[in-house]
Design a protein around this ligand. Structure first.
Ligand code: AMP
Ligand code: MG
Length: 407
């Protein structure tokens, strides 16, 4: 059976970002979180003019050589307005934050350091440094300057900067579309009370949320019954997406029809089963569409919720990252010291829900009393998955293990 590392390598070898440019809009959030593929230059100076960075009076610094000088106020300029008068010796212009500095002035004194009486303003600050409280034209960025390079992830900060330099769309890698297909005769939607033999579909909403948390756009399809024709129809619909996440139906049960249906549809199997716990039944394959030159990665995730979660974090999250043009890092990993004895049975390496804590600069990990792959509830107390190597054995308190930090 494949190891986790071997399986991950196969997944990533088959995942590649689209190579043609895509124009994404800024205003509706489409570009947020995406990786830029063009070099962006500014079409303006910022600020576009010398501007005041405070509310106060624009004056000639040399006029405030001694404290208490009085100047004649000749004009008031608010942000958005343009000064019409030149400041000369003995005069000042009332100016608001962001407004253009009037000709002649070389400093701004804060309103708090002045008193106004009629059209005369008394300046209490002295001396006044030339240039004080002024941001010069182009101090932040200059017209023609490169402001963003390809490869940059567009955070809200970059979205703001793109707007500042006049862009309402950019070339970037579109977030991949993920189709989530929950399968199983026993499933009912979360809005229903399960009847005898039934359970609610928790994987659909969870996988959709996981895909979105990893930076994809995700769509959850209706629950699909364990019926080859229905399965075929839904998988065909999902093949328009970059990734299909099927949940359930990949184990050895009589109604585990997913691998067979996928093969019938020409989804090429890359592997089935990985040496890990939980999550062993994982199925992975690809379907290439010659006409559109696109490829769909198809994951048959085991139905048990925690198995699905672990497979997602180990294999799907890095795949989404790679398709998005980001480095396929997966969850962050840290090594921590086991706080208590932990018994492990079975012959597969295990990802166990646990609590990671930090005491000073020491990291400790405490496995939670987890009931196995159907027990999602315990995961709500967990902040990591602790990795225990294969083998029937008891791990002693004080031993160190790698943990995957859950998002
Ligand atoms: P399967 O992989 O189809 O054999 O399912 C394994 C276990 O996971 C069974 O106990 C299923 O009832 C359960 N299961 C399958 N699909 C879901 C789902 N969408 N939500 C919650 N549990 C599920
Ligand atoms: Mg099933």
């Amino acid at each position: 059976m494949l190891s986790v590392d071997e399986a991950l390598k196969l997944v990533l070898d088959h995942a590649r970002p689209l190579s043609w440019p895509q124009s994404l809009t800024i205003g509706d959030g489409e570009a947020l979180g995406c990786v830029l593929t063009e070099r962006v230059t500014s079409d303006i100076d910022s600020p576009p003019h010398d501007k005041s960075i405070v509310d106060g009076y624009a004056l000639i610094a040399a006029d405030a050589e001694e404290p208490g000088r009085e100047l004649t106020v000749i004009e008031e300029v608010t942000a958005g307005a343009v000064p019409t008068r030149t400041v000369e010796r003995g005069t000042a212009t009332r100016i608001m934050t962001g407004a253009p500095l009037p000709a002649g002035a070389d400093a701004v004194v804060k309103v708090e350091q002045t008193t106004l009486a009629g059209d005369r303003v008394r300046i209490h600050q002295s001396p006044v440094k030339p240039g004080q409280n002024i941001m010069r034209q182009g101090a932040s960025l200059k017209r023609g300057q490169v402001v963003l390079e390809p490869g940059k992830v567009l955070r809200p900060i970059e979205i703001g900067l793109l707007a500042e330099v006049g862009r309402d769309s950019v070339e970037a890698i579109r977030r991949p579309l993920v189709a989530v297909i929950p399968t199983g005769n026993e499933l009912v939607p979360s809005s229903q009370t399960p009847g005898r033999g039934q359970i609610r579909n928790s994987n659909g909403p969870m996988l959709r949320a996981l895909a979105e948390s990893a930076g994809a756009r995700a769509h959850e399809y209706a629950i699909v019954r364990d019926d080859p024709d229905q399965l075929r129809m839904f998988v065909l619909m999902g093949l328009g997406s970059r990734i299909i996440l099927l949940s359930g139906g990949v184990s050895a049960g009589v109604l585990d029809l997913v691998p067979g249906v996928l093969r019938d549809l020409g989804v090429q199997e890359v592997f089935h089963k990985v040496n890990l716990k939980p999550g062993k039944p994982l199925w992975f394959g690809v379907k290439d569409e010659a006409q559109t030159q696109t490829r769909t990665l198809v994951f048959g995730l085991p139905g048990n919720p925690v198995s699905g979660l672990v497979c997602f974090e180990l294999f799907v999250r890095p795949a989404i990252e790679k398709l998005s043009g980001r480095e396929p890092k997966g969850l962050p990993r840290v090594t921590a010291t086991l706080t208590q004895e932990h018994k492990q049975r079975g012959d597969r390496p295990t990802y166990w829900p646990a609590l990671l804590a930090e005491i000073g600069d020491q990291k400790s990990v405490t496995p939670l009393p987890w009931q196995g792959s159907g027990d999602l509830r315990t995961l709500t107390d967990a902040n990591c998955l602790a990795y225990f190597p294969a083998g029937d054995r008891v791990f002693a308190a004080g031993e160190r293990f790698e943990t995957l930090i859950l998002q």
